[in-house]
Design a protein around this ligand. Sequence first.
Ligand SMILES: NC(=O)c1ccc[n+]([C@@H]2O[C@H](COP(=O)([O-])OP(=O)(O)OC[C@H]3O[C@@H](n4cnc5c(N)ncnc54)[C@H](O)[C@@H]3O)[C@@H](O)[C@H]2O)c1
Length: 342
Amino acid sequence: MRYYFENEGLIRLNDYIKKSKPSKIVVITDTNTKQFCLPKLPLNHKFTNVNFEAGDVYKNIDTLKEIWEKLLSLGLDKKSLIINLGGGVVTDIGGFAASTFKRGVKFIHIPTTLLGMVDAAIGGKNGINFMGIKNQIGTIVQPEFVWIYSEFLKTLPKEEFDSGFAEMLKHGLIKDAGYWKELVDFYKNKTGSLSGLIKKSVEIKNTIIAEDPYEHGIRKFLNFGHTLGHAIESYLNYNLNQPITHGKSVAIGMILEAWLSYRVNGLSYNELKEIKANINSIYTRINFSTSDITEIINLMRYDKKNVNGVVKYVLLNKIGNADFDKEIPEDLIHAAFNYYLI
Ligand SMILES: NC(=O)c1ccc[n+]([C@@H]2O[C@H](COP(=O)([O-])OP(=O)(O)OC[C@H]3O[C@@H](n4cnc5c(N)ncnc54)[C@H](O)[C@@H]3O)[C@@H](O)[C@H]2O)c1
C-alpha cells in the first residue's frame, strides 16, 4: 500500500487527480472534519462534499445508505474518485461505501485523527457496525494511497490523541521494544518527534499487512488488546451508553491481555508491571463490576474473529514479541480484570 507524508502527499494528491482525470470527485467528511479539516484541504480540483454526523454510533447501515443515495444522486460512476477525510469512522464507512458502490470506485484516505493515521486508514479494512456489534460487515479493499498530514492533529481533542496513541503503544509491544520505550519517553518527557513516531507505526503496520493482507497469520498480531478491548468498547458504548474511545478500550484490553500473557505465555512479571504502569499513567482507570465483566465476556463470544465460537488471543512472550491463536480458560479473564482493578 502506498502512503505519503506531510507536504509530499498534497503534491501526490493533485498529481494523481490530474493524471487519472476522475469524472467526479466526492470528499466524505463528518461534521467535525468538515468544520476543522476540509478548509485546510487545498485541492486544485472541483469536488462535492458528502457529510454525516460525527461519532462511531453513526458508522452504521443508515449512514451508509444515505452515503450510497448521495453518490447515486450526484451521478458518480466507475471513473469517479472518493476522498475520505476524517478519522477511523469516516475512512471505515467511506472506504466501505466506495468499495461497494458500482462494485467499487477508487478512493483515497486522508486520516485526520492520530488513530486514523497509524491504524484505521492503513491496511484496507473498511466497514460498519451492525446490530450493536462493531465492524460486523465490511470489505478488505486498499485505497489508492493514504496521505498523512500531521497539521490536521492541531484541532484534535486530547482524548482522541490518546486514543490513537494506544495503537502506537500496541505496535511497540507486539513488534519493537525500542519503539515502545521511545513512545513512553515521548509521552512522559516530550522527547522525539511525533511525525517520526507516526511514520514508524505506519511502517510496522504496513510491513505486517504486506506479508499477510487477509489475516491468515501475522496480521493477527495487530489484534493485541483488541479481543477484550472491542468487547469493552461495545459494552460501554452500546449497553451502558457510556462513551469510551476505541484506543482507551484497547489500552485496557492490552493490560488485561498482558496479564494473560504473563499467566500463560511467558511474559515476565517485571514487563507486565511496566506495561500496566505506563498505560495507567495515560488512561484513567474504569471500574467494572462482576456483572459488567460477565457481559463483556458474553460480547466477546460474538467477535467476528472467533472461529466456531472459540475466542483466540494474541499474547506477548516479551515486550516486542507476540504469539497468536492462543486459547485461554474463561475463568482467567475474571482474574485478569481483578489485576486491572487493583
Ligand atoms: N479499519 C481499520 O483497520 C480500523 C482500525 C482501527 C479502528 N478502526 C475504526 O476507527 C474508528 C475510530 O477512529 P477514530 O478514533 O479516528 O474516531 P472518529 O473517526 O470518530 O474520530 C474521533 C473524533 O474526532 C473528530 N475529529 C476527527 N479529526 C479531527 C480533527 N482533525 N480535528 C478535530 N476533530 C476531529 C471526529 O469527528 C470524531 O468526533 C472506529 O470505528 C474503529 O472501529 C478501524
